[in-house]
Design a protein around this ligand. Structure first.
Ligand SMILES: Cc1cc2nc3c(=O)[nH]c(=O)nc-3n(C[C@H](O)[C@H](O)[C@H](O)COP(=O)(O)OP(=O)(O)OC[C@H]3O[C@@H](n4cnc5c(N)ncnc54)[C@H](O)[C@@H]3O)c2cc1C
Length: 431
């Protein structure tokens, strides 16, 4: 045990997107608690274990985009870190047809990693000054976690940390393997052009008029931040890793088309591969023998926060972090703290059908990816589609959405999915 250290209320294993969201929401929940007169007597103690201290280093490692509801608590929480937000966006069909979309009560918000980390750092500092929060960062990797009746012990390169709760966002395998998976490959650049010519009002969410892969789909997008700067990305949902040179060439061609120049200064570039899968991830680790519930909760990608049909995770991570923060600040005991399901179960099923349909493709009786998304946006209010993709629609709206999806491919995907479930059940019974 590290000398002189008290047990922590929580250990964050990993402080990327999900871990930072927990610090953010904890600082806000403590602020709400003190405003309501219910301030804790002792500061909440959080130990963060991650080789990188993002609150200090503030790397420009990613740009998060997601939609938020106007006037909501989520919008207020993010507002100081939002770089730019749009009330309308465009989707471009494969033939170049433009669909302007009014987002209604939603706004599409861009949060740059470096701004988010700086904002969270300032909130954490404020909470520390008030004596409400103590955050200690251990710049090392965690080797493992063990549990006993009294709590959890995290083993790190610089000793052990005992805690009531462990919030683990390290990569973790699913508890049920995937039936259908794609990888979202993206490559993006923040570009500054010499002559102001970017329309800051025209944010393109998905432009399908780029060359399409044999299986899956591809789109470009362009999010202008002012008259001479834009984030331009190329994204592909494909079954296998995409060759980097091919994607760089696709991005260069798209960038030249939307910015009208191949020149300009690339201020920042980012790339990644996000799993889009119907694999099932557990939000709570298996308890060791003799214990009923584990105190180790899995967050972020490891806990299934990535929406299988889109690769978006940001707002689900924020929702989960807020639920955790409210319980921690409210004094819920470590093994009683719960992480809500990131998306309703029925959404996981619908996403599994979409993934199956995209993998089969139109040649195999499945979905034409670009046509599927364009059709959803053409036949539904944009905010309905976006709230669905965020897991926030009620069943009534989902029925309306489903009635606008192509019937044949979706029925074939449903039948194949039912077959796969039946054989999984039969396989389970045989074992
Ligand atoms: C470049 C990029 C752009 C993205 N843009 C969007 C977007 O616009 N909208 C959206 O909704 N989603 C987006 N995503 C998807 C998703 O929001 C991010 O991947 C998000 O960062 C996931 O958070 P996470 O905490 O699960 O994983 P990560 O952010 O990867 O964090 C995991 C952390 O665990 C740490 N770690 C790993 N092993 C150990 C160990 N043994 N001990 C201690 N620490 C460890 C790592 O150092 C890392 O800091 C993007 C992803 C990337 C990569």
């Amino acid at each position: 045990m590290r000398r002189g250290s008290l047990p922590a209320d929580a250990v964050l294993l990993g402080s990327g997107g999900a871990g930072t969201a927990v610090l953010h929401q904890l600082a806000l929940a403590l602020e709400r608690g003190s405003c309501a007169g219910g301030a804790r007597r002792a500061p909440l103690r959080v130990v963060v274990v991650d080789p990188l201290d993002r609150l200090v280093e503030r790397p420009a490692d990613r740009t998060w985009c997601s939609w938020v509801e106007r006037g909501s608590a989520a919008e207020a929480a993010l507002a100081p870190a939002v770089h730019r937000a749009w009330g309308s966006v465009h989707v471009v069909a494969p033939d170049g047809a433009d669909l302007p979309l009014d987002l209604g009560r939603l706004r599409y918000a861009m949060v740059r990693g470096e701004d988010y980390y700086a904002h969270v750092a300032s909130l954490v500092e404020r909470a520390r000054e008030r004596g409400a929060l103590e955050v200690e960062h251990l710049a090392t990797t965690a080797d493992g976690v063990r549990e006993d009746g009294a709590g959890a012990v995290v083993t790190t390169g610089s000793g052990e940390v005992r805690a009531s709760l462990v919030l683990d966002s390290r990569p973790a395998p699913p508890v049920r393997a995937a039936t259908s998976s794609l990888v979202q490959h993206f490559l993006g650049e923040r570009v500054r052009v010499a002559v102001a010519g970017v329309d800051p009002g025209r944010a393109v969410l998905m432009d399908f008029s780029v060359p399409q892969p044999p299986t899956g789909l591809a789109f470009g997008y362009c999010l202008p931040t002012d008259a001479s700067t834009a984030l331009v990305e190329h994204t592909a949902f494909v079954p296998e890793l995409l060759d980097g040179a091919t994607q760089a060439a696709e991005l260069a061609a798209y960038r030249e088309r939307v910015l009208g120049t191949s020149g300009g200064v690339v201020e920042h570039s980012e790339t990644g591969a996000i799993p889009m899968t119907d694999a099932v991830f557990s939000r709570r680790a298996c308890p060791p023998p003799g214990l009923v519930r584990s105190r180790v909760l899995r967050l972020g990608t490891a806990g299934g926060a990535v929406r299988p049909s889109t690769g978006y995770a940001f707002s689900a991570m924020q929702r989960g972090a807020r639920a955790l923060a409210d319980q921690l600040v409210g004094g819920v005991a470590g093994d009683r703290v719960d992480l809500p399901r990131p998306y309703p179960r029925r959404h996981a099923w619908m996403d599994a059908l979409v993934l199956r349909g995209l993998l089969a493709g139109p040649g195999g009786g499945g979905l034409d990816g670009p046509d599927f998304f364009v059709r959803l946006f053409r036949r539904n209010p944009a905010d309905r589609v976006l709230r669905f993709l965020d897991g926030l629609t009620p069943p009534r709206e989902e029925l309306a959405l489903m009635s606008t999806a192509p019937l044949g491919p979706m029925l074939r995907a449903t039948a194949a999915d039912a077959g796969a479930r039946a054989s999984r059940l039969a396989g389970g019974r045989e074992r």
